[in-house]
Design a protein around this ligand. Structure first.
Ligand SMILES: *[C@@H]1O[C@H](CO)[C@@H](O)[C@H](O)[C@H]1NC(C)=O
Ligand SMILES: *[C@@H]1O[C@H](CO)[C@@H](O)[C@H](O)[C@H]1NC(C)=O
Length: 344
């Protein structure tokens, strides 16, 4: 047995030697050609983008993981979504002192608002404050993107319309849906810009996006509100379980601000509900949205000190697995205020 296994190895060595010696007579390697000539990446972009994700009140598991009144959480799916496109995450813990939040906001190249249920109090105020900072950074010439998902979409709707009662009831809990594109819509410079045309077509006929919300806004209400219409362009609508239509994707024309009522992160990274689409096409939806958002963040030229970034990255925390009870998220990062004060 051993005797024979040597034969192919010896043969390989012989053939390698001949193939190395043969071309020497014909090809001349000059030292300059031998040097690595990979061009440096586009210097006008930031290839080490950092995304701030705002934590949401609670433990993400109805008290099964933590009952601390000051606990807040980020579902790990949002973190994986951002990381999968080539960025790192700094958690923006909503109830930490405002000076800490400000300091962390200066370390990131874009912000993500997650899903959840909280629409009032400190959480609302913090989301509104960060949204205003996002606009300010862009007004001052820094490209600073914001992606608002589900609750994030609803909060932006309330904040921009200056009407906390603008949302309507919808039955779209735990429902996969289609996306219906508005007529004659230009998808350049929107989160759909990198989607292949076949996938765009499938989005309107196959249920490739996950919805999980009880509130929303109808296209009529949206279009009837001057503030909302002048800030956002409607890209898609979707229908709830009763066929009632709501706005599902919006994009600002003046700011790199995108809001989706659906959950791009769930297709690839959450398994708690059997309704979540996990097909090849559905996973591509997750990937294209993540790639779009992080490519926007690469345009931010904010280059904060590396040590401060490292000290605040989400890698300083560990996610907790909470999938066995079969409800909600598979993994969550839980933050309590005392822990975070020590960090900055
Ligand atoms: C939180 O409180 C509930 C209700 O009292 C209890 O069932 C649960 O075990 C508590 N969670 C933890 C992590 O202690
Ligand atoms: C947060 O809650 C924990 C337990 O509920 C408590 O020990 C801690 O002091 C609280 N932190 C702050 C800053 O309120």
């Amino acid at each position: 047995m051993w005797k024979y296994t040597w034969i192919p190895i010896i043969l390989t060595i012989i053939s390698l030697q001949t193939s190395f010696t043969k071309p020497e007579s014909t090809i001349h390697y000059s030292p300059t050609v031998m040097k690595s000539t990979c061009p440096s990446p586009d210097p006008t972009l930031n290839h080490r983008p950092i995304i701030g994700i705002v934590s949401h009140p609670g433990d993400g598991a109805s008290g099964r993981l933590s009952n601390a009144t000051n606990a807040s959480y980020i579902a790990a799916s949002y973190v994986k979504f951002v990381e999968s496109a080539g960025a790192r995450v700094i958690p923006l813990i909503y109830n930490e002192p405002i000076t800490n939040l400000q300091a962390k906001l200066s370390l990131v190249n874009g912000v993500l608002f997650t899903g959840g249920w909280s629409k009032s109090g400190l959480y609302f105020d913090v989301i509104e404050g960060i949204f205003k900072q996002v606009l300010k950074k862009n007004d001052e010439g820094e490209h600073f993107p914001l992606l608002a998902i589900c609750l994030g979409f609803e909060l932006l709707t309330m904040i921009i319309s200056k009407n906390n009662n603008i949302l309507e009831d919808f039955s779209a809990s735990d429902q996969a849906s289609t996306l219906q594109f508005m007529r004659n819509i230009n998808l350049e410079e929107t989160l759909f810009q990198r989607f292949p045309p076949e996938l765009i077509a499938k989005l309107s006929t196959e249920c490739l996006v996950m919805q999980n919300h009880k509130y929303g806004i109808s296209p009529e209400t949206f279009q009837g509100n001057t503030e909302l219409c002048s800030f956002f362009k409607i890209l898609t609508t979707s229908a709830d379980q009763n066929g009632k239509v709501y706005v599902s994707t919006v994009q600002s024309e003046s700011y790199p601000v995108t809001a989706v009522q659906w959950h791009p992160e769930k297709n690839a990274f959450e398994w708690g509900s059997s309704e979540i689409p996990h097909s090849d096409d559905a996973i591509q939806v997750t990937q294209h949205v993540a790639n779009f958002f992080v490519s926007e963040a690469r345009k931010s030229l904010n280059r904060p000190p590396a040590e401060q970034v490292l000290a605040n990255l989400i890698y300083n925390y560990s996610p907790t697995y909470c999938g066995t009870a079969g409800k909600g998220f598979d993994e969550v990062y839980i933050f309590s205020e005392t822990e975070t004060i020590a960090r900055l």
